[in-house]
Design a binder for this molecule. Structure first.
Ligand SMILES: [Zn+2]
Length: 161
């Protein structure tokens, strides 16, 4: 459908899919910062698939049910740290998926993983603008709080060394 609105208006309003994408990127960062705080290992976090460690900035927030499934794209339980290698293979390599699945089952139980992630991923979802704006704002606020927490943790290391 062509928009009837005149061209050249500014600032350009983001589309709902763009907002969903931006919210997902923030959530992927939340997941990594959260892991860094939980692991409390000078910023190192663990890939849930191969268990290798790397700095959270160098890891990805990898979706178990792929990012193209909108209904689970912003589901936090569906996103966990993956290193770049595993994230690239995720969805293409059986072992990464099996390891990721086993991690999730251990974390949340098989029923949740099968119903609330795998089956839920297949349900169509269309966000309303107000809904996605609210989610995105919540994620931004949480991320800011978590990053503050992480920097306090880093300050304690420096103080201790
Ligand atoms: Zn890995």
């Amino acid at each position: 459908m062509q928009s009837a609105k005149p061209k050249g208006r500014k600032p350009k309003e983001r589309t709902v899919p763009q907002l969903v994408e931006e919210a997902a990127v923030i959530l992927q960062r939340i997941v990594r910062v959260k892991a860094a705080i939980a692991e409390n290992n000078r910023g190192l976090i663990t890939c849930v698939a191969c268990k290798k460690k790397n700095y959270w900035q160098r890891m990805n927030g990898g979706h178990f049910a792929g990012r193209d499934h909108i209904n689970t794209k912003l589901l936090e339980e569906n996103i966990h740290p993956l290193d770049v290698h595993c994230n690239k293979l995720n969805g293409h390599d059986g072992l990464v998926l099996v390891n990721y699945y086993e991690y999730l089952v251990e974390m949340y139980g098989k029923e949740f993983v099968d119903n609330d992630i795998r089956k839920a991923a297949l349900i169509p979802k269309v966000y309303k603008r107000a809904e996605i704006l609210e989610s995105k704002a919540e994620f931004e606020q949480r991320l800011a709080e978590l990053e503050k927490w992480l920097s306090c943790q880093a300050y304690e290391y420096r103080g201790a060394s």
